[in-house]
Ligand binder design. Structure first.
Ligand SMILES: [Zn+2]
Ligand SMILES: [Zn+2]
Length: 285
């Protein structure tokens, strides 16, 4: 079963000399389970893959990326690939893509890496599609030469974003905020180094640090580290803002308004300090 890609049909198993009786015994012993009529999976089959197979589809698109920890936007439905012309499964939590794959499949029941990325950047909106590409590059899910191959087949609307892909973005939210701030006219540095304390997610106009929360690994330990760093950064004369996932995706206009005010104040403060130094320096007395 495992050599057949962890999911196999009765026909495939018969070809391997496995009888219906042996299948029944394996099910009884809990070594395999029936996913749908004539389709069985071993214990290595993930929950999402089992669900896709149970409706006759292959797992693809953002569902594969989510399993791999790659940024996959905010859709919570299961994305499956179905052969063209087949009926849509009636379940409301399924997004179906009817297509013949453009890139290799890992098995009949699971799209390969490139196919999943290609499908996802067509499925997601522009900013999430770019965030997915940056996340995949950052995590090594995609090499830069593979990203170039995908880019050739990317929708035209993504071209400007693809021309400026960065590989050091810590999360999809970070990519999205970074690009929105650049579009608003701010100069931003991703993963800016703070002496003695590692990195800030974004540094705006070299004076305001922005930490983008909502990443899955932000647990309690992370809270202590983040707050210690905030204090340290303030001590260096920089301001730090910390924003949540909903402040990015639900209330962005008011979030941006606050960022703009803090950045403008910080720039004014910085210029005022510089002004003082210049006056003292130039003073002949
Ligand atoms: Zn297996
Ligand atoms: Zn999709």
């Amino acid at each position: 079963m495992c050599t057949l890609g962890h999911i196999a049909t009765t026909k495939q198993l018969a070809r391997e000399g496995i009888s219906a009786f042996r299948i029944a015994r394996a099910i009884e012993a809990g070594r395999i389970r029936r996913l749908r009529r004539g389709v069985y999976g071993c214990t290595h089959v993930s929950r999402l893959m089992a669900r896709a197979a149970s409706v006759g589809g292959a797992l693809t698109c953002v569902s594969i990326l989510r399993e791999a920890g790659v940024w996959a936007g905010n859709s919570r439905t299961l994305h499956i690939q179905l052969p063209p012309g087949t009926a849509k499964p009636s379940a409301p939590d399924i997004t179906a893509h009817w297509e013949s794959p453009r890139f290799p499949m890992k098995s009949k029941w699971r799209a390969g890496r490139l196919q999943s990325i290609w499908r996802a950047i067509h499925c997601l909106d522009d900013e999430n599609a770019i965030a997915t590409l940056e996340s995949a590059l950052h995590l090594g899910f995609l090499s830069s030469s593979e990203a170039e191959r995908i880019a050739v087949h990317a929708p035209r609307r993504l071209r400007p974003g693809i021309d400026n892909l960065e590989t050091n973005s810590g999360s999809g939210n970070e990519t999205i905020v970074h690009r929105r701030l650049q579009a608003a006219g701010y100069s931003t540095t991703a993963q800016a180094h703070v002496p003695g304390m590692g990195h800030e997610d974004l540094l705006i106009e070299q004076c305001v640090g922005l930490d983008v929360d909502g990443r899955e690994w932000h647990g309690e330990d992370r809270y202590e580290i983040d707050h210690a760093r905030d204090l340290h950064v303030e001590g260096l004369g920089r301001h730090v803002l910390r924003i949540s996932t909903s402040q990015i995706h639900v209330t962005w206009p008011s979030t941006l308004a606050v960022i703009e005010r803090v950045v403008n104040d910080a720039i004014r403060e910085r210029d005022r300090r510089r002004g003082r130094i210049v006056v003292r320096f130039d003073d002949p007395l």
